[in-house]
Ligand binder design. Structure first.
Ligand code: AHR
Length: 654
């Protein structure tokens, strides 16, 4: 079908060589205001997005809480007598973090070593500082010294420090280490020297250079990638991760706040979700928990949008539901979260936020009830949540889900029911082939203007065209999304939020693709889809402007998709347009309803060698915005659009 679609276009346009299209932009007819939340991000801990990704901890299984307690660790000893470890489970010390390692040594330097492999290795930058910390306890005299070696993939030590004078009850020991070299897949070695016994827990290594230099914080480069998107909101923590495979595996925000030593680890559902992508070392330590999500949203001036379990486990997995008469703890989680975010510091949860260093409220406005739920069991539970939340917090905007598909039985049923209820927004998800996005760019043109607003909460074009680009973030997928997004923008009166999903993927540890941003342990790169998102968001504007051909919105006709906004702060008109044809198009815009426009017009353009091209770590800019200036003639702006390209045109109004 897709082949036919493109072949037909090629034949039609190849006849004329280059198309020419005349378009009118009604600059004096501003329509709906663009919501500040229009373009946001969807964050889920999938593909090592949190542990092993945004959360900058470099030690995997730092507290021996993985079901296989020494997963990620390796013991090296010259003989059995030199040293040994024993994993002790003692809930009395810390009920959330029950295990620690007891190390007994009688070794000279190098004879007993415990090393940790990190998350597919550890990335060390040359001449950068790394902060090591560990909890230690001894109950007997010892002369143990622990050397902290950072080594590269071949085992060469690229920096070292030591900890000694270990004595007494549990205490944090710290050391800062500066590297002499870069290592892509390094690791950390704890080299024990001396005689005695020491208990060890929470072995940790962080780069000094975290986001805002916060200790135990987030990876600076990855936060910067999000910041550059200027997101209007951050949706967290997912996704299916909200629901869990079973209820016991659901995301429970209360276990993710407070001291990191007390945050109880659980299995990440993506650990076992795909048989061909099993990831046995994927867990959630919650070092990136709800406080950090709120803090990040605040840092980036984005509305926080938490999505909570509504008492339903993933319906693709166990489909387990909490009994209706046992739903209260789930409802309490929602009400308490609002108190945690917004409550006065004298309230129970407001006090905890204050103790974590944030006396001011986070000003939470939105809350999601359930992720991809469907059928009557969802509506039944949703109603109880809606009543409880709105009774106590009438100004909170509730986001309800329409299920996993963009149409069909579950979707229609959800919409029918929600029209009778009071969600402020309906979350719609579409992971579809590129041609679906082209065909559905006008999806919202005829939506009911009196119903709930739309949150396009998870979307991505999934391209399957060639073996090499299958599932990749190729140009075809990005062009399809850009075309579709002109429809979102045109309908900003009902589309209040939109986010591509998922956000992140580790190149060596992903379970799902395509994804917006790819990273390894040292670097990251933006996909073409990332640049599409960025171009929309950075050129958000303040009100929709009609862009018409022969009086009709441009949504596929002549292979063009277009939308426009005005930015009243800068007095600029901003046009976004895709040309999906395999031939160029000389597009002439007439800017109606203004006195004049500035001669110099700025254009940012995305195009690609072919539809199946994509960016990689080695070649991150195959598809990258190119900037140029064109000249307006009077109120006319003529732009030569390349075949299969996307342009953002900024025109200063005079
Ligand atoms: O984005 C990946 C997954 O897709 C999300 O967890 C889920 O909501 C959807 O099915």
């Amino acid at each position: 079908m897709r082949k036919f679609f493109f072949s037909a276009l090629i034949i039609l346009l190849a006849i004329s060589g280059e198309a020419q299209t005349k378009i009118n932009v009604l600059a004096n007819k501003p329509g709906a205001a663009i919501p500040s939340t229009m373009w946001g991000v969807f964050f889920e801990d999938i593909n090592f997005a949190a542990d092993g990704g945004l959360y900058a901890e470099m030690v995997k299984n730092r507290s021996f809480e993985f079901p296989t307690p020494m997963m990620g660790w390796r013991e090296t000893r010259t003989s059995k007598e030199k040293g040994k470890y024993l994993i002790i489970n003692q809930a009395a010390v810390n009920a959330s973090n029950t295990r620690f390692a007891r190390i007994t040594v009688n070794a000279a330097k190098g004879e007993y070593i415990l090393s940790n492999e990190g998350f597919r290795g550890m990335g060390f930058q040359k001449e950068k500082q790394y902060n090591f910390s560990v909890l230690l306890k001894t109950s007997s005299a010892n002369n143990i010294k622990i050397y902290i070696n950072l080594v590269n993939a071949s085992g060469k030590v690229i920096s070292s420090a030591a900890i000694n004078n270990i004595a007494g009850d549990w205490k944090r020991y710290t050391s800062s280490i500066v590297t002499t070299d870069t290592a892509q897949r390094g690791k950390i070695q704890l080299v024990f020297e001396g005689q005695g016994e020491v208990d060890m827990d929470m072995v940790s290594l962080f780069p000094e250079d975290t986001w805002k230099k916060r200790p135990y914080g987030l990876r600076n480069d990855l936060v910067q990638m999000i910041a550059d998107l200027k997101p209007g909101f951050i949706r967290f923590p997912g996704g299916c991760i909200v629901e869990g495979r079973e209820l016991s595996n659901r995301y429970q925000w209360k276990t993710t706040v407070g001291d990191i030593n007390d945050r109880k680890l659980i299995m990440n559902r993506w650990n076992v979700e795909f048989r061909n992508k099993l990831t046995p070392d994927y867990f959630q330590t919650f070092g990136l928990g709800f406080f950090e999500y709120f803090q990040l949203s605040e840092d980036l001036n984005a509305e926080p949008l938490p999505i909570l379990s509504c008492g339903m486990a993933c319906q693709y997995n166990s489909a387990e539901v909490a009994a209706m008469d046992e739903l209260q703890p789930y409802i309490d989680d929602a009400l308490d979260l609002i108190e945690f975010a917004n409550g006065d510091i004298t309230t129970h949860w407001g006090k905890i936020r204050n103790q974590m260093g944030h006396p001011q409220p986070f000003n939470l406005k939105y809350i999601g009830v359930g992720n991809e739920q469907w059928e009557a069991q969802y509506i039944e539970r949703y109603k109880v949540f809606e009543k409880a939340i709105l009774d106590k917090y009438p100004n909170i905007k509730i986001v309800a889900g329409s299920g996993p598909s963009a149409e069909g039985e579950y979707f229609n049923y959800a919409w029918k029911e929600f029209k009778q209820l009071k969600p402020a927004l309906i979350d719609e998800h579409y992971y579809k082939p590129p041609e679906w996005f082209f065909k559905n760019a006008n999806r919202y043109d005829n939506y009911d203007r009196k119903g709930p607003k739309i949150f396009a909460g998870e979307y991505a074009a999934h391209s399957k065209d060639t073996a090499i680009s299958e599932g990749r973030n190729n140009w075809e997928s990005a062009l399809a999304e850009a075309s579709f997004m002109t429809g979102l923008e045109r309908n900003a009166d009902i589309v209040e939020m939109a986010s591509y999903a998922p956000l992140f993927a580790h190149v060596d540890a992903w379970q799902w693709r395509p994804d917006l941003i790819w990273f390894d342990n040292l670097q990251s790169f933006g996909t073409p889809n990332y640049y599409v998102q960025k171009l929309f968001s950075a050129n958000k504007g303040t009100a929709v402007i009609p862009v018409l051909k022969d009086g009709i919105a441009i949504s596929g006709k002549d292979s063009l998709y277009a939308s426009a906004v005005v930015d009243k702060q800068t007095n600029e008109l901003i046009i976004k347009i895709t040309n999906i044809a395999p031939v160029a198009n000389a597009v002439e815009f007439t800017i109606d309803g203004v006195k004049a426009v500035n001669k110099e017009v700025a254009v940012q353009e995305l195009s690609a060698p072919d539809l199946y091209s994509f960016n990689t770590m080695a070649e991150p800019k195959v598809i990258y915005p190119a900037e140029r200036t064109i000249t307006a003639k009077g109120k006319k702006v003529l732009i030569e659009m390349k075949p299969r390209s996307f342009s953002v045109i900024r025109i200063k109004l005079l």
